[in-house]
Write a protein that binds this ligand. Structure first.
Ligand code: M6R
Length: 364
């Protein structure tokens, strides 16, 4: 059942190229993004004034990423909420709001409650769901399936990757209809998307390098992940992957926030993972790397090929293949998933079933 892999998580990480492709390909037709299941006319898409993305855990992290993308491409304001917060904060949901609910299982109690609240308030809802026929899939006005297939490991990997794809497509569709993206840029994005599966395979094929590095950090007590913009969202997911399966305390910080408190936790030998995939922010994050280096941190950087400046400041660099920076999460997350996985198994833990966690959180 594990298809020759030692653990479900390892198998599912390796299924990502296919999962991404299966989620992407049926929705790209003749160079255009076609999402029939969206059930919205162009006029309805143009009328949307605000988007809420509501989810828990890793699904929430995909929402944080797509906020940047939606706002950049389609110029629609987006709020991202944890479902457990959204449902109790009496959210303001004006007419022409779209609520996007993201969930692998389609059964997460808080996420389902958030969906029901949005429906009660009379706004349009769209589910991005992996499990066909699940509660969220049945109750949302429309559902866009992620085609990751069954995910068994508690730590999500392939479902996360497909949730990103679904939201990239959605943002591109909105941008196209609203005329906020040029045809040239749009065509280039399609090309970048189509290259992702192969690029993910390439990163997976370098797993031994990540394992060697992970083996040096099996006894770490605290790990900090830093980044800006989309790199901050990637950091959140990288940090969650590590902590939930390795039981090592880890935190994600917006790199610019370090000075506002966190930097006091940096001391000799502390591992800091810096994510740099957004070229316009490279310089800023490099200066944050210098700040933690000065205080004795050991820095692992995940960055895009060509950003050789990072080598001058970081101790260990993982290079990602070139892509449109808005899609960089899909690549940067691969070495971070691998890092969490190898730290967990290196510590002899039950990586597929970490203590205290359930695959699907059906009670609040
Ligand atoms: O099934 P869902 O996508 O609604 O689940 C949401 C979270 O419970 C889930 O992403 C959780 O955070 C994972 N353990 C992360 O790996």
């Amino acid at each position: 059942e594990k298809g020759g892999y030692e653990h479900f998580m390892l198998k599912e990480m390796h299924e990502q190229p296919k999962a991404v492709k299966d989620t992407l390909t049926p929705r790209i037709k003749n160079g255009d993004v076609v999402i029939e299941e969206l059930g919205m006319t162009d006029e309805e898409i143009r009328a949307i004034r605000k988007i809420f993305i509501v989810a828990c855990g890793s699904a929430y992290h995909t929402g944080v990423t797509s906020k940047y993308i939606f706002e950049k491409l389609a110029r629609i304001p987006v709020e991202v909420d944890l479902a457990s917060e959204f449902r109790y904060r009496d959210p303001i949901l004006p007419e022409n709001t779209l609520v996007v609910i993201v969930s692998q299982s389609g059964e997460t109690a808080d996420t389902l409650a958030a969906l029901r609240l949005a429906k009660e308030k009379g706004v349009r809802t769209l589910g991005i769901v992996n499990v066909v026929g699940s509660s969220i899939a049945r109750e949302a006005d429309n559902v866009m399936y992620t085609w990751a297939g069954p995910e068994i490991a508690v730590a999500t990997t392939k479902a996360y990757s497909t949730q990103l794809i679904a939201q990239y497509l959605l943002a591109m569709k909105f941008a196209k209809v609203r005329g906020t993206v040029s045809q040239n840029d749009f065509d280039a994005m399609i090309q970048s998307l189509e290259r992702l599966p192969e690029q993910i395979s390439l990163l997976l094929s370098h797993k031994e390098n990540v394992q060697r590095f992970a083996n040096r950090y099996l006894a770490a007590e605290h790990v900090f992940f830093i980044g800006r913009g989309i790199d901050y969202a990637i950091s959140m997911e990288g940090s969650l992957k590590l902590k939930e399966i390795s039981y090592i305390h880890s935190e994600a910080y917006a790199a610019g926030e370090l000075k506002h408190g966190t930097i006091s936790l940096i001391e000799d030998g502390r591992l800091v993972v810096a994510v740099l995939t957004q070229p316009e922010l490279y310089k800023k994050t490099i200066s944050n790397i210098q700040e933690v280096k000065t205080r004795g941190a050991f820095v692992m950087a995940v960055t895009t090929v060509g950003n050789t400046e990072v080598e001058k400041v970081a101790d260990y660099v993982v290079y990602l293949p070139e892509t449109n920076p808005i899609f960089a999460n899909s690549l940067a997350i691969i070495p971070l998933q691998l890092f969490g996985y190898y730290v967990s198994i290196g510590r002899g833990l039950d990586v597929d079933k970490p203590r205290n966690l359930a695959k699907s959180v059906t009670v609040e």
